[in-house]
Design a protein around this ligand. Sequence first.
Ligand SMILES: O=C(O)CCC(=O)C(=O)O
Ligand SMILES: [Fe+2]
Length: 376
Amino acid sequence: MAILDLVNAGEQPPASKRPAAGDEEDGSREYYCRRGVRHLSDTGITRLPGNYVLPASDRAADEYSPSLIKLPVVDLALLRRGPEQRAAVLRTLDAACREYGFFQVVNHGVDRADVAAMLDVARRFFALPQREREAYMSPDVRAPVRYGTSFNQVNDAVLCWRDFLKLACNLPLVDCVDSWPSSPPDLRAVASGYAAASQRVFMEVMEAALEALGVAGGEVMGDLRKGTQMMTVNCYPECPQPELTLGMPPHSDYGFLTLVLQDDVAGLQVMHDGDWLTVDPLPGSFVVNVGDHLEILSNGRYRSVLHRVRVNSKRLRVSVASFHSVAADRVVSPAPELIDDEHPRRYMDTDLATFLAYLTSAAGNHKSFLQSRRLY
Ligand SMILES: O=C(O)CCC(=O)C(=O)O
Ligand SMILES: [Fe+2]
């Protein structure tokens, strides 16, 4: 999704087509795309506008009283505590990536206060007046800051109950940070500290994942060190009819790993053995998931699984997803160590250009990108 998100920047309606400032609600798609769902929720609506109502077949089937699952826990402190404990953690990590494609990371070394500050500044950003937030909407796919709503406004037949702020975190970070919102006044300092922490955790988990896979990590880790990072701050406001819509539709993430920081409101669901499981938010942890690139590199041993976000009528939910990958000009291929007679190569080489071509092709409407890279 990191790069998909960049691409999706084109989804914003051109300025000329947007309703003028001061527009009244007219029920048009453009209106909802411009104003987003925080605004709608703040107006106190009691019925979900038709633009957000999913066809019955795409709605979550059960009542919103999901049973929570506890994802496997990867304890980073134990990784550093001698070979035996490291080996045990690698086994947990390996099993989680094969079975769920998801796990939670604890003892990651990021200060609790910094994590709490990130969620807090995220909440305060979405509480700013609508006009201030709207100022960060941009049609520029490479903009280092982009505010928007839904999942992919260009393609979404039905809009999603989500507003977002996307912050490019490419190195050197100082080059991006000056373009980020200057309000709330601590956003730049808090989010840049958090972005650097997320990159550190990502590198440590990736190193462990490559070791668990038995892949020589030198070249990959070098590419990742010079790679891309996109932070998406998500806001899912209280929704008047949550059973009719979703905060995010089923999707997989595009990069190597995504680190998700969530508050204490459940909403993230993971597809596992044909069921949607709701992730129990474990305070202080990161939820980490395998992205398409790591599935390809692992030649299918690790799974980039579908996940989605449900919303609720009682409490606004905030999450911060950090997407980590290699630079746009790098090619991702299955690791040679993981290809043999028993495990033939399963994926074609992949890079950003392939992904862009996929998005504009007719196949983009029907198959997932990862499926389109499968050889069998
Ligand atoms: O909000 C969440 O918990 C997950 C967000 C997500 O899946 C994404 O941004 O790709
Ligand atoms: Fe995702």
